[in-house]
Design a protein around this ligand. Structure first.
Ligand SMILES: [Mg+2]
Length: 230
């Protein structure tokens, strides 16, 4: 059955994202260097982020709050007075960085658009994701924009229904095994994993053995796979 809907992740699938979070983490490590080793800061931050996800959700603002919590937990009463303003500045930078597209994205979107309507499916802070999409200049390439709090199988089920396709007529592609691939497969769709150099540990998990799953080296391989499915 041919593909009639193409769903794409945004962060680290269309444009760079993790590198900016890494810069903010490095800044936090430098700030807290007198109190803890870099790996210890990173581990503590990861644990706090995971603990906070159900409350703050995904995105740069929740991440900034988690950095503040990490600094407070690590430094205790010795927290330097300039630590919180510095963390807030790092968080603000995270919200304001320029959007850099991954190589060949515009050409790939053109090739995909010849095959089926494209829907952007992304999670994170609503305003931040909207701003990045506007700055990317890609807005008019999409038939739909879905900025969601989390990507679960039912998220994809709802999106497929809204666009009038059955799950086996839809494909989802992205750089997160946990958020892009597994829930789309569970919903009955095809799913392509497009690995990115930088992976947030929270999003990493084993590749599934699944007839509707494919790992592709870059998004440029997606149009060819879609043709094979059809
Ligand atoms: Mg992503």
């Amino acid at each position: 059955m041919p593909i009639r809907l193409i769903c794409l992740d945004a962060d680290d699938t269309l444009w760079h994202n993790m590198r900016h979070f890494e810069l903010a983490e490095k800044a936090l490590e430098r700030m807290l260097a007198p109190f803890a080793e870099g790996p210890a800061v990173r581990d503590r931050l990861n644990a706090i982020e995971t603990r906070n996800l159900p409350v703050y959700g995904y995105g740069a603002k929740g991440f900034t709050l988690s950095m503040i919590e990490a600094a407070i937990e690590i430094c205790g009463d010795a927290l330097p007075p300039d630590a919180i303003p510095e963390i807030l500045a790092a968080g603000r930078q995270l919200l304001a960085h320029p959007v850099e597209l991954l190589p060949g994205i515009e050409e790939t979107l053109e090739a995909l658009a010849e095959r089926a309507p494209i829907v952007l499916v992304t999670k994170g802070d609503l305003l931040h994701q909207e701003s990045k999409l506007a700055a990317s200049g890609l807005g008019d390439r999409f038939s739909g924009i879905e900025i969601v709090s989390d990507k679960k199988p039912e998220t994809f089920t709802r999106i497929f229904a809204a666009h009038g396709v059955s799950p086996e007529q839809a494909v989802m592609a992205g750089d997160s095994m946990r958020s892009d691939v597994l829930p789309a497969l569970s919903a009955g769709a095809w799913a392509a994993f497009v690995p990115h150099d930088l992976v947030w540990s929270h999003e990493a998990t084993d590749a599934p053995e699944h007839p509707r799953f494919r790992c592709i080296a870059s998004l440029a391989e997606l149009p060819g796979w879609i043709d094979q499915i059809g």
